[in-house]
Design a protein around this ligand. Structure first.
Ligand code: 1WB
Ligand code: MN
Length: 371
C-alpha cells in the first residue's frame, strides 16, 4: 500500500502510542481496531451520461426527477447545481484531496441517480457499459482508494443480466446500484427477475439508491422542495423495499442482498407494524402468503448505510434493531460534505470494535473490498 496508513488510523491515541514506544495494554487494544474509513454511497458521473441527462432535462415531460436534472445538468458552472456537476465528474482531483484531508481511505463509487434509468433501452445499455468501463479504469489506477458499484439497464432485463455478469466476472466490480423505479415500475415485477437472479447468483449486493417518487405518487411532493433528498427520495425508496418484501421476492431469491442508504430509508422503524399488518393482509387475501415475517426478511436480506443521516440516536436504534454487522458508513459525496460525515462516525457512541465494523469490516465483507 502506497498511502500512509496513519492517515486512516481512527484512534488518535494509536499514533501517539507508537511515538511513545511503550504502549499500554489499553492502547494496544485500541491499535488492534484501527480502521480504514470506507465510504459506501459515493456518487460520480461521466461526461457522456451528464450530456444525455441534459437532453432528458430539456425534453418535454414533468416527472419529479426533472427538478434535479435541470439544476445539475442544465445550469451554469457557478450555480450550486453546476458545482455539483463539476464535483460528480471529478474523480482524481478535488475528490481525492477531500478524501485525504479527512482520512477517507476508500470511496465505493456509483454512477449518480437516476443512472441510466431515464434513457431508452438501447442508450441505457450502451451508457451503462461505458460508465462501468470508466469506473473499472479509475479503480485500476487507484486500487486502494476506489471500489465501485456497477450500473445496469433495467429497461432491458436480459441485457442487464449479461452486463451484470461481465462487470463482476471480468471487471471485478463490487456490486450493483439501481436508482429505485424504472419508468415507474418496481423490481418486484417478474419482468425484472433476471436482474435479481443475476445479483443473487453472482453473490453481489444490490444497492437501491433513491430517485424521485414515481409517476402517480408525485403530486404531494411538488411543493416545498419535497421531491428530493428532503423527503421524496426516502418515501420512494422505502416503498420500493417494502414492495420487494411483501411481493415475496426473498422467498424466490433467499440469498439476494439489498443495501439501502439514508439509514435504511427508515424502513426498520416500521418492522413491528409491517409484521402485524402483513399478517392481517395475508389473512384477508390482499397479499400472497410469505414464508417469513417482513422483519425477518429485512434482517436477513438487507443492510443499510448512514449516508446523509448523521444522527447518533438513529444510528443507535439501527444497531439495536439490525445488529452491528448490518450497518455501513457512507458520506453521500458530493451531495453531503465529507468532514461532518467523518465527525459523525468518529464521535459515534459505540465501541471501537463496532466502529471498525461500521467503517471498514462490513463494507469489506458485503462489497468484497480487498483489505
Ligand atoms: C441529492 C442527494 C441529490 C442525493 C441526489 O441526486 C442524491 C441532493 C442524485 O442532496 O440534492 C442522495 O443520494 O441523497
Ligand atoms: Mn446518494
Amino acid at each position: 500500500m502506497t498511502i500512509d496508513r496513519r492517515t486512516f488510523v481512527g484512534a488518535a491515541s494509536l499514533a501517539l502510542s507508537g511515538a511513545l514506544g511503550a504502549a499500554s495494554a489499553a492502547e494496544k487494544a485500541k491499535a488492534a481496531v484501527a480502521y480504514r474509513r470506507i465510504a459506501t454511497e459515493e456518487a460520480f458521473s461521466i461526461p457522456e451520461v451528464a450530456e444525455a441527462l441534459r437532453g432528458v432535462s430539456r425534453a418535454p415531460g414533468n416527472s419529479l426527477d426533472l427538478y434535479l436534472l435541470r439544476s445539475i445538468y442544465d445550469s451554469a458552472a457557478d450555480t450550486s447545481g453546476g458545482r455539483l456537476r463539476t464535483a460528480l465528474l471529478d474523480l482524481e482531483g478535488v475528490r481525492m484531496q477531500e478524501m485525504d484531508a479527512n482520512g477517507v481511505a476508500v470511496q465505493l463509487l456509483s454512477l449518480t441517480a437516476p443512472g441510466v434509468q431515464m434513457f431508452d433501452a438501447d442508450a441505457a445499455v450502451e451508457l451503462a457499459i461505458l460508465a462501468n468501463d470508466r469506473l473499472a479504469e479509475v479503480i485500476a489506477r487507484h486500487p486502494t482508494r476506489f471500489a465501485g458499484l456497477a450500473s445496469f439497464p433495467p429497461q432491458a432485463p436480459k441485457r442487464a443480466a449479461q452486463e451484470m455478469k461481465r462487470v463482476i466476472e471480468r471487471l471485478k466490480l463490487n456490486g450493483f446500484i439501481v436508482n429505485s423505479h424504472t419508468n415507474s415500475e418496481y423490481l418486484d415485477d417478474p419482468k425484472f427477475w433476471p436482474i435479481l437472479e443475476a445479483a443473487e447468483g453472482l453473490d453481489a449486493c444490490l444497492y437501491i439508491h433513491p430517485r424521485a417518487p414515481s409517476e402517480g405518487m408525485d403530486v404531494p411532493f411538488r411543493h416545498y422542495g419535497m421531491d428530493g433528498a428532503l423527503w421524496g427520495y426516502g418515501m420512494e425508496t422505502g416503498t420500493h423495499a417494502v414492495r420487494l418484501i411483501l411481493g415475496g421476492v426473498f422467498d424466490r431469491f433467499p440469498k439476494l442482498k439489498i443495501c439501502l442508504g439514508h439509514m435504511g430509508e427508515a424502513v426498520h422503524f416500521w418492522l413491528w407494524r409491517l409484521d402485524f399488518m402483513a399478517e392481517r393482509m395475508q389473512a384477508g387475501g390482499r397479499m400472497a402468503k410469505l414464508q417469513l415475517k417482513p422483519s425477518e426478511y429485512f434482517k436477513r436480506n438487507f443492510v443499510i448505510t448512514t449516508s446523509g443521516q448523521e444522527s447518533h440516536a438513529a444510528l443507535e436504534y439501527s444497531l439495536q434493531v439490525l445488529g452491528a454487522d448490518n450497518v455501513l458508513w457512507a458520506i453521500d459525496y458530493p451531495y453531503q460534505p465529507t468532514s461532518p460525515a467523518v465527525a459523525f462516525m468518529d464521535s459515534a457512541p459505540v465501541t471501537d470494535e463496532v466502529k471498525h465494523k461500521l467503517y471498514q469490516g462490513n463494507a469489506e465483507r458485503i462489497f468484497h473490498i480487498r483489505a
